[in-house]
Design a binder for this molecule. Structure first.
Ligand code: CMP
Length: 140
Protein backbone atom coordinates (compact mmCIF):
# COMPACT_ATOMS: atom_id res chain seq x y z
CA UNK A 1 0.00 0.00 0.00
CA UNK A 2 1.00 3.62 -0.49
CA UNK A 3 2.42 4.75 2.84
CA UNK A 4 4.01 7.81 4.42
CA UNK A 5 6.80 7.69 6.98
CA UNK A 6 9.10 10.08 8.84
CA UNK A 7 12.78 10.26 8.12
CA UNK A 8 15.17 12.40 10.16
CA UNK A 9 18.70 13.02 9.00
CA UNK A 10 20.45 13.47 12.36
CA UNK A 11 23.03 16.13 13.36
CA UNK A 12 26.01 13.86 12.57
CA UNK A 13 24.93 13.29 8.95
CA UNK A 14 23.92 16.94 8.43
CA UNK A 15 27.40 17.95 9.70
CA UNK A 16 28.96 15.47 7.27
CA UNK A 17 27.18 17.22 4.39
CA UNK A 18 25.48 14.06 3.12
CA UNK A 19 21.83 15.21 3.00
CA UNK A 20 21.87 14.95 -0.80
CA UNK A 21 23.48 11.51 -0.84
CA UNK A 22 20.85 10.24 1.58
CA UNK A 23 18.00 11.84 -0.41
CA UNK A 24 19.33 10.18 -3.53
CA UNK A 25 19.00 6.77 -1.84
CA UNK A 26 15.36 7.51 -1.03
CA UNK A 27 14.70 8.56 -4.62
CA UNK A 28 16.47 5.56 -6.16
CA UNK A 29 14.32 3.31 -3.97
CA UNK A 30 11.15 4.97 -5.27
CA UNK A 31 10.42 7.04 -2.17
CA UNK A 32 9.22 10.61 -2.74
CA UNK A 33 9.89 13.54 -0.42
CA UNK A 34 6.41 15.08 0.12
CA UNK A 35 7.39 17.48 2.93
CA UNK A 36 10.67 18.60 4.47
CA UNK A 37 12.10 21.05 6.98
CA UNK A 38 15.46 21.74 8.50
CA UNK A 39 15.33 22.46 12.21
CA UNK A 40 17.53 22.79 15.26
CA UNK A 41 15.40 20.93 17.79
CA UNK A 42 14.90 22.39 21.24
CA UNK A 43 15.31 20.11 24.24
CA UNK A 44 11.51 20.05 24.66
CA UNK A 45 10.95 19.07 21.02
CA UNK A 46 13.51 16.25 21.16
CA UNK A 47 12.17 14.96 24.51
CA UNK A 48 8.62 15.00 23.16
CA UNK A 49 9.55 13.24 19.95
CA UNK A 50 11.39 10.46 21.80
CA UNK A 51 8.94 10.32 24.74
CA UNK A 52 8.54 6.52 24.33
CA UNK A 53 12.23 6.17 25.27
CA UNK A 54 11.95 8.40 28.39
CA UNK A 55 12.76 5.54 30.81
CA UNK A 56 15.63 4.10 28.76
CA UNK A 57 19.20 4.59 30.05
CA UNK A 58 20.24 6.26 26.79
CA UNK A 59 17.45 8.90 26.83
CA UNK A 60 19.54 11.86 28.06
CA UNK A 61 22.38 11.13 25.64
CA UNK A 62 19.84 10.78 22.82
CA UNK A 63 18.25 14.16 23.55
CA UNK A 64 21.68 15.76 23.98
CA UNK A 65 22.79 14.42 20.61
CA UNK A 66 19.57 15.27 18.75
CA UNK A 67 19.83 18.89 19.91
CA UNK A 68 23.56 19.21 19.14
CA UNK A 69 22.94 20.65 15.66
CA UNK A 70 20.33 20.99 12.94
CA UNK A 71 18.43 17.98 11.64
CA UNK A 72 16.65 17.49 8.31
CA UNK A 73 13.15 16.12 8.74
CA UNK A 74 11.19 14.70 5.79
CA UNK A 75 8.03 12.80 5.05
CA UNK A 76 8.65 10.00 2.55
CA UNK A 77 5.86 8.52 0.46
CA UNK A 78 5.82 5.30 -1.51
CA UNK A 79 4.73 1.66 -1.68
CA UNK A 80 5.55 0.13 1.71
CA UNK A 81 7.44 3.30 2.66
CA UNK A 82 7.84 2.41 6.37
CA UNK A 83 9.69 -0.87 5.75
CA UNK A 84 11.48 0.41 2.66
CA UNK A 85 12.96 3.31 4.65
CA UNK A 86 14.00 0.95 7.45
CA UNK A 87 15.73 -1.32 4.94
CA UNK A 88 17.59 1.66 3.46
CA UNK A 89 18.69 2.77 6.97
CA UNK A 90 19.99 -0.60 8.19
CA UNK A 91 20.27 -1.75 11.81
CA UNK A 92 20.15 0.85 14.63
CA UNK A 93 23.75 0.04 15.58
CA UNK A 94 25.93 0.79 12.52
CA UNK A 95 28.19 -2.12 13.59
CA UNK A 96 25.27 -4.45 12.78
CA UNK A 97 24.06 -2.58 9.69
CA UNK A 98 24.26 -4.44 6.37
CA UNK A 99 26.77 -3.15 3.81
CA UNK A 100 25.32 -0.50 1.52
CA UNK A 101 22.81 0.77 4.06
CA UNK A 102 22.79 4.42 5.17
CA UNK A 103 23.98 3.60 8.68
CA UNK A 104 26.75 1.28 7.46
CA UNK A 105 27.99 3.99 5.09
CA UNK A 106 27.53 7.19 7.14
CA UNK A 107 27.09 6.38 10.85
CA UNK A 108 29.73 6.17 13.57
CA UNK A 109 27.94 4.75 16.61
CA UNK A 110 24.55 3.69 17.99
CA UNK A 111 24.10 7.27 19.24
CA UNK A 112 25.37 9.09 16.17
CA UNK A 113 23.60 6.78 13.73
CA UNK A 114 22.84 9.23 10.89
CA UNK A 115 19.10 8.69 10.49
CA UNK A 116 15.83 7.95 12.25
CA UNK A 117 12.84 6.28 10.61
CA UNK A 118 9.38 5.43 11.93
CA UNK A 119 9.16 1.78 13.01
CA UNK A 120 5.48 1.24 12.14
CA UNK A 121 2.69 2.83 10.12
CA UNK A 122 0.97 3.77 13.38
CA UNK A 123 4.05 5.57 14.73
CA UNK A 124 4.65 7.14 11.32
CA UNK A 125 1.30 8.95 11.57
CA UNK A 126 2.12 10.15 15.09
CA UNK A 127 5.62 11.30 14.12
CA UNK A 128 4.43 13.08 10.95
CA UNK A 129 1.81 14.97 12.98
CA UNK A 130 4.48 15.87 15.56
CA UNK A 131 6.52 17.86 13.03
CA UNK A 132 4.13 18.80 10.20
CA UNK A 133 0.73 20.44 9.97
CA UNK A 134 -1.57 19.04 7.26
CA UNK A 135 -1.11 22.16 5.14
CA UNK A 136 2.65 21.48 4.99
CA UNK A 137 2.13 18.07 3.37
CA UNK A 138 1.73 17.67 -0.38
CA UNK A 139 -1.76 16.41 -1.15
CA UNK A 140 -1.92 12.68 -2.02
P1 CMP B 1 16.39 6.09 16.59
O1 CMP B 1 15.83 5.27 15.48
O2 CMP B 1 16.47 7.55 16.34
O3 CMP B 1 15.53 5.84 17.92
C1 CMP B 1 16.07 6.03 19.22
C2 CMP B 1 17.56 6.22 19.19
O4 CMP B 1 18.22 5.99 20.41
C3 CMP B 1 18.18 5.22 18.23
O5 CMP B 1 17.87 5.57 16.91
C4 CMP B 1 19.66 5.32 18.64
O6 CMP B 1 20.34 6.35 17.93
C5 CMP B 1 19.59 5.72 20.11
N1 CMP B 1 20.10 4.65 20.99
C6 CMP B 1 21.17 4.76 21.81
N2 CMP B 1 21.36 3.62 22.49
C7 CMP B 1 20.39 2.75 22.08
C8 CMP B 1 20.07 1.40 22.43
N3 CMP B 1 20.76 0.70 23.31
N4 CMP B 1 18.99 0.84 21.80
C9 CMP B 1 18.26 1.53 20.90
N5 CMP B 1 18.52 2.82 20.55
C10 CMP B 1 19.58 3.42 21.13
Amino acid sequence: ALERTISIIKPDAVAKNVIGEIYSRFEKAGLKVVAAKMKHLSRKEAEGFYAVHRERPFFNALVEFMTSGPVMIQVLEGEGAVLKNRELMGATNPKDAAPGTIRADFAESIDANAVHGSDSLENAAIEIAYFFSTTELCPR
